[in-house]
Write a protein that binds this ligand. Structure first.
Ligand code: AOF
Ligand code: ZN
Length: 329
């Protein structure tokens, strides 16, 4: 299973599908095939492995990081493919979290296949955490990224903000940006900061496969803004309703987003209960009066504060990066 997880981890971006790996073992324990899912429309990991093994799959053991699907989506059901190939034993890590595709383990058992589930399930969950949380919530997993001074300002009183974060922190942002399906900002940020919202310093994601740029808000976006550059796709969602915007993005196949501000949009996401993780870069700088990193009417007394669980605190160059999450109810 460790090897199957490693194979899945090495795969390219697969959203809106999960990353999945599958190892086929012969009776004597030797490897017949290592299958990997490469994204929507391509064979699932099990089918990839079965195709490599051919007739040798008869009597084999399949070790798969996600419960084999039991549905016909863009491709056929893996449960039936494993049964038809004569696989005798299936070992599963994570249970399939979607209603549409679930039921593979039960179907295999019913066909007389020996099934064992839950092996290294936590590691498999971690591999597709954003995807798993997203399909359960039926909206993208949202990470709110903010950059602030020690006194909690994300811009000076006149609106200038370049740069609060140091160069290492900015490079780190690009690296993390590269791992998500979409980058979300409000119309205000586009009008004031005019960011490009593309991934530049990252080697892990091919140029030409940029995250979707999403601008939320009812204000007009002039054609000369950098978000309309042709190096990445862009969507303007002319709504103030966070839930509605996330619904549109989910339907579009977006499973995780990186919310990059500004303070009003972040407040709207928090008020809508739509922030799953906060990544804050705190720079050794003071701005005194200036723009607070968060604008929200909801907190007026300390008892109402959003209390987060710290996940990680680390330094990035001269900045401190804090990763925290709202408590799951
Ligand atoms: C598996 N093995 O390798 C993957 C699975 O539209 P489709 O046919 O690509 O199906 C996508 C769904 O199948 C996806 O949402 C998830 O529930 C499951 N993914 N299942 O047995 C795989 N990638
Ligand atoms: Zn499948």
């Amino acid at each position: 299973m460790r090897e199957a997880l490693r194979a899945a981890r090495a795969s390219v971006r697969t959203h809106p599908n999960p990353r999945v790996g599958c190892i086929l073992l012969a009776d004597d324990g030797s490897r017949l095939a290592v299958g990997v899912h490469q994204g929507p429309g391509t064979p699932h990991a099990e089918v990839d492995a079965l195709q490599q093994a051919g007739e040798r799959a008869r009597g084999a053991t399949a070790i798969v990081t996600l419960e084999p699907c039991n549905h016909t989506g863009r491709t056929g059901p893996c449960s039936e493919a494993l049964i038809a190939a004569g696989v005798r034993r299936v070992v599963v890590a994570q249970a399939e979290p979607t209603d549409q595709a679930a039921g593979g383990a039960a179907r295999l058992a019913q066909a007389g296949v020996d099934v064992e589930s839950g092996v290294l399930a936590d590691e498999a969950y971690a591999l597709n955490e954003h995807w798993t949380r997203s399909v359960r919530m039926q909206r993208p997993f949202v990470t709110w990224k903010l950059a602030a001074t020690i006194d909690g300002r994300s811009a000076a009183a006149d609106g200038t903000s370049r740069w609060i974060s140091g160069p290492e922190a900015r490079r780190d942002t690009h690296r993390l940006r590269a791992a998500v399906d979409a980058i979300v900002v409000g119309t205000g940020t586009v009008l004031i900061d005019n960011p490009r919202l593309t991934v530049r310093d990252d080697a892990d994601r091919p140029i030409g496969d940029q995250p979707l740029r999403v601008v939320i808000g009812t204000r007009e976006l002039p054609a000369d803004r950098n978000v309309w550059s042709d190096d990445a796709p862009t969507r303007h969602l002319a709504t103030r309703d966070v839930r509605e915007a996330l619904k549109v993005l989910y339907a579009d196949g977006v499973r995780d987003v990186w919310l990059e501000g500004g303070p009003t949009l972040a407040g709207a996401f928090l008020d809508a209960g739509a922030v799953d993780e906060v990544i804050a870069y705190v720079a050794p700088m003071l701005l005194g009066s200036g723009l607070a990193a968060l604008q929200t009417p909801a907190v007026t007394t300390i008892a109402d504060a959003w209390r987060l669980e710290p996940v990680e605190v680390t330094t990035v160059g001269t900045d401190v990066r804090i990763t925290a999450r709202p408590r799951l109810e």
